[in-house]
Design a protein around this ligand. Structure first.
Ligand code: HEC
Length: 303
């Protein structure tokens, strides 16, 4: 008898540990009566089971009525569980209706997971309807996601850059109509003579040389060879990784076009394959352009 009770208890213990309690079970099956009963019996509405709150679980299981009931009973729409925010669950599964529901109940359209906004997720998924729902709810179309280690040349990624880069033309057009700003630096022609090639070389080493080679005979790997870059046609060297965006930019590399591109490639020229910060500071840009000018047998005269 004792043995029997022992094994029954063990069995119940295993059951609750594995299933995470009656509330999570009820949410998974979308059983509204059982959810209400579990809450009435005192279940914690924010309790996490395998990293998921009941609300997160309801979203992932695709039960809008359970989502509504949980919110009504006090579940926090912006509460982060180990699995993420409730809205992340809806955005990652392209669940437009659930996104609408959460946003209508106060979910933050600008929420981020490790710096990546909901809008970036929606763009990366190629979900135009998701993008629209977020933008209509107030998502910032110019939000910058610093992708990667901030200390090691991270990507500077806006939703519009991502849409262009990943060939989501419909999303790119929609974003452009809804407030995307394209940066453009002040012209620098008059100041070019103040650029210092030695300082530019020192700036180039940590910020550019991990991708770009600069001697005529060097074979390019991650990025085009920059020997002779001033005055040559854009995207015209033997390099297989040019973007459509750069290839579509007509003309040769003038000092002013280098100024625009290097001020922040993804911000001035969204869609390019060089997604690092570049040289956003004008003084650095003048120096690095002065250095690029020296990468030629006969440097292009200053204007
Ligand atoms: C993470 C790698 C990476 C880093 C770092 C990087 N670039 Fe680039 N760069 C690229 C890639 C890739 C392209 C091709 C872009 C495209 O086709 O959209 C490119 C293109 C260019 C071009 C146009 C070349 C052509 O043939 O048209 C110039 C000029 C340039 N980079 C200068 C720089 C300078 C100056 C720096 C430092 C401030 C720098 N890059 C840092 C990867 C990088």
């Amino acid at each position: 008898m004792r043995e029997l009770i022992g094994s029954v208890l063990l069995y119940l213990g295993a059951l609750t540990a594995a299933e995470g309690g009656p509330l999570h079970e009820a949410v998974k099956s979308g059983d509204l009566t059982a959810i209400a009963a579990a809450l009435d019996a005192g279940a914690d509405i924010e309790e996490q089971d395998k990293g998921a709150t009941p609300l997160f679980l309801a979203i992932r299981s695709g039960h809008p009525e359970a989502v509504e009931l949980l919110i009504e009973r006090g579940a926090g729409v912006n509460n982060q569980s180990a699995m993420g925010l409730p809205l992340t669950g809806a955005v990652l599964t392209n669940s437009v209706d659930l996104m609408r529901l959460l946003l209508a109940h106060g979910a933050d359209p600008n929420a981020a997971a490790r710096g990546e906004r909901m809008l970036h997720f929606a763009v990366a998924n190629g979900c135009l309807d998701c993008v629209k729902v977020l933008v209509e709810a107030g998502a910032d179309v110019n939000a910058i996601w610093v992708r990667g280690d901030p200390a090691r040349l991270p990507g500077i990624i806006t939703p519009y850059h991502l849409a262009k880069h990943d060939d989501h033309a419909d999303i790119a057009a929609y974003l452009l109509e809804h407030g995307v700003t394209i940066s453009k630096p002040e012209p620098i022609s008059a100041k070019l003579a103040t650029g210092d090639p030695a300082k530019g070389k020192a700036f180039f080493a940590p910020n550019c040389s991990s991708c770009h080679v600069t001697r005529a005979q060097d074979i390019p790997t991650r990025a085009p060879n920059l020997w002779n870059v001033v005055g040559r046609d854009k995207a015209s060297t033997k390099f297989s990784g040019y973007s459509q965006t750069l290839s579509a930019w007509e003309g040769s590399w003038t000092y002013e076009d280098l100024n625009i591109f290097l001020a922040g490639p993804t911000l001035t020229t969204p869609g390019v394959n060089m997604d690092v910060r570049g040289a956003p500071d004008e003084a650095d840009r003048l120096d690095v352009i002065a250095y690029l000018r020296t990468l030629a047998d006969t440097p292009v005269p200053l204007p």
